[in-house]
Ligand binder design. Structure first.
Ligand code: ATP
Ligand code: MG
Length: 275
């Protein structure tokens, strides 16, 4: 594995510094930081193990929560990322929330209402499969609300996330970055496999025509909403084994940085006699 970027240095390559300009077309989608699949898979398995341990301490201490926000273009691999990361999570302490087009009830509230209710409580890990960012992405591209409304949302999102952070809900945001050519390849594969046809909708095919507009909307969201409290990571997602390594590392690092330890026992094990 000579030439590979060491795990300790890996994530900061992909973290967006607050205030930094984002040019997505200059960020490679097939980067693997010198790693090979053979080295990455066992390293990822070790990270999943550490993740399970950290999740247990998180539950035991019950004072902090972790929210993982996942965003991607269609066929970007959100579902498969969640499936893989879940190997390092025990389901009882983790919850996935998927956000689709809002229902009438949801639309009758402010855009953060449905999101806020799905934020993980202390002690838990939550994964958002799509999120409040759709309200500055699809909503902007499809012009579902006036410009002034979506424009105000970047600051509203930052304030919302700062509120969560101040309540010990730690946030990492992951954008799975793919190229249009890669999306074409994945969609063709879906067309070739009858069992994948259900995944293709007319809407997806229409939205694909607006690739550039979506990329611009993503660049703005990433640039305006990568904060110290809730940073965005741009994860090259075309090598799935590299994506899994990086996502696991980002999550483990965030949890380990909390420095949580098991709470002290409330009984002295020495005094316990079990009949
Ligand atoms: P995915 O497309 O994430 O793999 P899916 O195919 O199961 O999941 P869909 O029924 O396609 O789910 O729902 C996701 C769709 O909902 C996306 O096209 C997304 O842009 C749209 N969506 C999500 N949030 C909003 C929102 N706030 N306003 C409008 N549309 C939204
Ligand atoms: Mg869909």
């Amino acid at each position: 594995m000579s030439g590979a970027v060491a795990l300790d240095h890996l994530t900061k390559r992909y973290r967006l510094d607050p205030g930094k300009k984002v040019a997505l077309d200059e960020i490679p989608t097939d980067d693997k930081a010198g790693w090979s699949k053979d080295d990455a898979r066992p390293a990822t398995a070790k990270l999943w193990k550490r993740l399970l341990e950290r999740q247990e301490v998180l539950a035991a201490t019950d004072t902090h929560a972790l929210l993982i926000v996942l965003q991607a273009m269609d066929a970007g691999g959100k579902d498969s990322t969640i499936r893989h990361l879940s190997r390092g999570l025990s389901v009882g302490e983790a919850e996935v929330a998927a956000f689709k087009a809002p229902t009438d009830v949801e639309r009758a509230h402010d855009f953060l209402w449905r999101v806020h209710r799905r934020v993980p409580p202390l002690g838990k890990i939550g994964i958002f499969n799509r999120s409040h960012y759709e309200d500055v992405l699809v909503v902007r591209v499809k012009e579902l609300v006036p410009k002034a409304v979506w424009k105000a949302r970047y600051e509203q999102i930052n304030a919302f996330e700062a509120l969560l952070a101040s309540a010990n809900v730690h946030i990492v945001k992951i954008f799975l970055h793919i190229s249009k050519a890669y999306q074409t390849k994945r969609l063709k594969r879906r067309l070739d496999l009858p069992e994948k046809h259900w995944k293709l909708t007319a809407d997806d095919l229409r939205e694909r025509k607006r690739w550039d507009e979506y990329q611009r909307a993503y660049a703005d969201a990433l640039e305006r909403c990568s904060t110290e409290a809730a940073p965005w990571y741009v994860v090259p997602a075309e090598h799935r084994w590299f994506r899994d390594l990086l996502v696991a590392r980002i999550v483990v690092e965030r949890l380990e940085a909390l420095g949580l330890e098991y709470p002290p026992p409330t009984i002295d094990p020495k005094d316990v006699v079990l009949e």
